[in-house]
Design a protein around this ligand. Structure first.
Ligand code: PLP
Length: 428
């Protein structure tokens, strides 16, 4: 099965020409490969087969209900960070008892919603939050299953905006204080101490920081199991993906061995490094991958509106921008840019920029890419994670549509917003 590749000069998603999807649905448009989602999930799940484990997909990466449904069918659990994400999972047919609820700022309404729906664990990030959960649980006359997120103070060696496991980050409880925090929480009557969680950052391209964090935190998990009978240890998400060269060449399969070795961190390497450190704990091990499952499974299609030749630069102005894929503006994220129809093999050095009134609205700067002109459609590769979920309607642009391809079929899984949708919640 192919996901994104050229066939006779025409970019395909699996077995569908992308130009056909665009001619029916216009741009800007997210297109996803169902098979890539499945293959990524299964690759991780089977690499961890020797471990009592559960893959809890991080919904924030891509939360379209059709994507969630596809993962539910594979037996995935979910890590949610808001009441809204939990609502999406439930509406897609997911089971809250396979969901964990993360995040530093949960509200009373969100905690109540999660508890009433039988969440597997609320992962608390402060002592005050635990006291608050206890109070809500007491009002609801139940015991709230919780874990604490520990901040192991390990450098994930990723961009500083997506590094979460250092003591200067807002996330989790300091490693040095965590025993004391569990001890205090164990006195609270309406809490059940069910697990321990950590997440050191995103887009990790080496297994070394994972090893460092697990080596540091596993003895704590063992201690908590003995003292409080916790049943799970979540080691978070964070497995990085290929952004630089994200396109299968020729008619080669996307998920071939060559593509696997192209990945900065393969599921096999991740599993073989971590399983020996986790197996003897005899706890259920959760992982929370988002980007690894969704990132390479999607592209963003955009049309070139104008070309502008300045004194020092060539600008290609396209109909999508930072409002629909904010990664380049937010944390210097790289997305390969390729034409949907290959015309020549010429390249030029350009800035690809969007319509938004911000100088930070660019997809690339001074990058040598294939030549394209006004009217041409280009694809931003690896846009399946943290693309649509971070999109906004800034400058009052409607949100793009989303399409899911499965082999030779495709369907719209989210309609393009209309102007009426945009203003529908406002009163004059
Ligand atoms: C608690 C938690 N788990 C999992 C993830 C998913 O990370 P990734 O998409 O890098 O796998 C995140 C991302 O921010 C997170 O905050």
């Amino acid at each position: 099965m192919h996901s994104f590749h050229y066939n006779n000069g025409s970019l395909h998603c699996e077995n569908v020409p992308v130009s056909e999807i665009v001619s029916q649905n216009g741009t800007p448009l997210f297109v996803y490969s169902a098979q890539t989602f499945r293959e990524r999930f299964k690759a991780l799940d089977s690499a961890l087969a020797d471990l009592n484990h559960e893959v809890a997909y991080a919904v924030k990466a891509n939360s379209n209900q059709s994507i969630l449904k596809l993962l539910i069918e594979l037996g995935s659990g979910f890590d949610v960070v808001s009441g809204g994400e939990l609502y999406r999972v439930i509406k897609a047919g997911g089971d809250p008892s396979k969901c964990t609820f993360a995040g530093v700022g949960k509200t009373k309404e969100e905690i109540t919603f999660a508890l009433e729906n039988g969440i597997y664990s609320i992962n608390a990030e402060s002592e005050e939050e635990a006291v608050f959960i206890n109070q809500i649980a007491s009002e609801l006359n139940l015991k709230a299953p919780i874990a604490f997120r520990v901040n192991p103070n390990v450098d994930a060696k990723t961009h500083k905006y997506i590094s979460t496991g250092k003591s200067e980050n807002k996330f989790g409880i300091d490693f040095d204080r965590i025993d004391e925090v569990y001890q205090k929480a164990s006195q609270l009557e309406n809490l059940e101490l069910r697990g321990l969680q950590m997440h050191i950052g995103s887009q990790l391209t080496s297994v070394t920081p994972f090893i460092e964090a697990v080596e540091k935190v596993a003895p704590l998990a063992a201690r908590l199991k003995e003292q409080y009978g916790i049943e799970f240890f979540s080691i978070g998400g964070g497995i990085g993906i290929e952004y630089q060269d994200a396109l299968a060449s020729g008619s080669e399969s996307w998920w071939t061995d060559s593509e696997k070795t192209n990945l900065p961190l393969t599921p096999e390497r991740y599993a073989e490094s971590l399983i020996p450190l986790l197996k003897d704990l005899d706890l259920k091990i959760l992982i929370e991958p988002g980007r690894f499952i969704a990132g390479n499974a999607g592209i963003l299609l955009t049309k070139c509106l104008y070309e502008k030749r300045g004194t020092s630069k060539i600008f290609k102005i396209v109909d999508s921008g930072m409002h629909q894929l904010i990664r380049p503006a937010l944390y210097e994220g790289y997305h390969q840019i390729v034409p949907v129809t290959e015309s020549s093999h010429e390249t030029e050095v350009v800035d690809v920029v969007g319509p938004i009134c911000e100088s930070g609205d660019f997809f690339c700067q001074n990058r040598e890419i294939p030549v394209f002109s006004s009217g041409d459609i280009v694809a931003l590769m690896s846009a399946g994670a943290y693309g649509m979920t971070m999109a906004s309607t800034y400058n009052t642009h409607p949100l793009p549509a989303e399409v899911l391809v499965d082999d030779t079929n495709f369907k719209i899984i989210r309609k393009r917003q209309s102007y009426d949708d945009l203003i529908s919640h406002e009163d004059l």
